[in-house]
Ligand binder design. Structure first.
Ligand SMILES: Cc1cc2nc3c(=O)[nH]c(=O)nc-3n(C[C@H](O)[C@H](O)[C@H](O)COP(=O)(O)OP(=O)(O)OC[C@H]3O[C@@H](n4cnc5c(N)ncnc54)[C@H](O)[C@@H]3O)c2cc1C
Length: 316
């Protein structure tokens, strides 16, 4: 059979789109490796709008339950399948081939008139001694999620792009001191942002700093870095380390078909989440959208679905 739509990815963006696909009665194939959205690892999510506090695992479970409750015969859910390739099967009528594989090694192929990619991304990990040991014990990858736990403490942000500076800006509102450690002497972040954040009295910038080791006992107690100019190793006592060295989008299976930025984020029109390839949309963290959060991912997914419906039914 040829589906109206295939949604790939079972995080907030995919589920948001899936729930709306049911309401629009689109014959949809929903493929996901698992239901583990990125924030599943968080013990407490306090900015999921409408819910005061929820753990990451319960949020992922409630998203899955919501889609399953309404899926009916409109959305066919395939869990445990990984999308390995998308290609165009025919131009007129427009049909896509979606290939997947299971852990057992079995491979499958489906056909659909449209595709929505919501496969998210994973944070680029800090690869130094101690970083894995202290993850979630003072070392974290999300300032807006975990920042308030570090009120009145000394923390460091590792990175020099806009995300690092935006995280620093947020943290500086309640942390005692926020150090930014940047590998080189120039920042990737916009000059305006760098200037705005650097002016804050509790922000201290350390350039040419190569992290070497995260120190601690039960929790983080400091960071050793090497000054790449002097060659000297130095230690800063800290309670928290926020790593902002980029994300790796899970989009390689679509790289032949879609326009992506340097890091592999799918480029979309933020008005409707369309990619430059007719018939393919993308939403959530795997896109080049500037801000990535659970609520934003859901909204992006819903926006894409509204547009896919018009495309399929009104030819727009
Ligand atoms: C540690 C951490 C904590 C966070 N805390 C918060 C928070 O408190 N509040 C907040 O708003 N945001 C938070 N975020 C950000 C938030 O988790 C993301 O913005 C959100 O999960 C993005 O949703 P998504 O649907 O785009 O992608 P994801 O959540 O990444 O979901 C992607 C889905 O696609 C599936 N998938 C991936 N590749 C394939 C494939 N090839 N085939 C099939 N399926 C595939 C995955 O299994 C997964 O189900 C946090 C992020 C991190 C890393």
């Amino acid at each position: 059979m040829i589906y109206d739509l295939t949604i790939i990815g079972g995080g907030p963006a995919g589920v948001g789109a899936g729930v709306y696909a049911v309401r629009k009665r689109l014959k949809t194939l929903f493929i996901t490796k698992d239901w583990d959205a990125q924030s599943s690892v968080s013990e407490s999510i306090e900015n999921w709008i409408g819910t005061v506090k929820i753990s990451g695992t319960n949020l992922a479970k409630s998203l899955e339950n919501h889609l399953r409750a309404y899926a009916g015969d409109s959305v066919e859910i395939h869990t445990g399948e990984i999308c390995t390739e998308i290609s165009k099967k025919s131009e007129s009528p427009l049909i896509f081939s979606i290939k997947t594989s299971k852990a057992s090694g079995e491979t499958l192929e489906y056909e659909a008139k449209s595709v929505l990619i919501t496969t998210g991304s994973s944070r680029r990990k800090l690869d130094v001694k101690g970083a894995d040991i202290f993850e979630h014990k003072g070392l974290t990858y999300c300032a807006s999620c975990d920042g308030p736990l570090f009120a009145n403490m000394d923390v460091a942000v590792i990175g020099g792009g806009n995300a690092a500076f935006e995280s620093t800006s947020q943290l500086s509102a309640y942390c005692k001191t926020v150090y930014i450690l940047n590998r080189g002497d120039k920042f990737r972040a916009d000059e305006v942002t760098v200037n705005r954040v650097s002016e804050k009295s509790n922000v201290k910038i350390i350039k040419n700093a190569l992290p070497e080791e995260v120190k601690g006992d039960k929790f983080v107690s400091g960071l050793i870095y090497k000054d790449s100019v002097s060659g000297e190793s130095k230690e800063i006592p800290l309670s928290g380390i926020f790593v902002e060295i980029g994300a790796i989008p899970a989009t390689s299976f679509a790289s032949k078909l879609l326009e992506m930025d340097q890091t592999g984020h799918v480029m979309v029109d933020p008005k409707n989440q369309r990619t430059k390839t007719l018939g393919i949309w993308s939403a959530g963290d795997c896109t080049d959208g500037l801000y990535h959060q659970n609520n934003i991912a859901v909204g992006d997914g819903v926006k894409a679905l509204e547009d896919i419906y018009l495309f399929l039914h009104a030819g727009k």
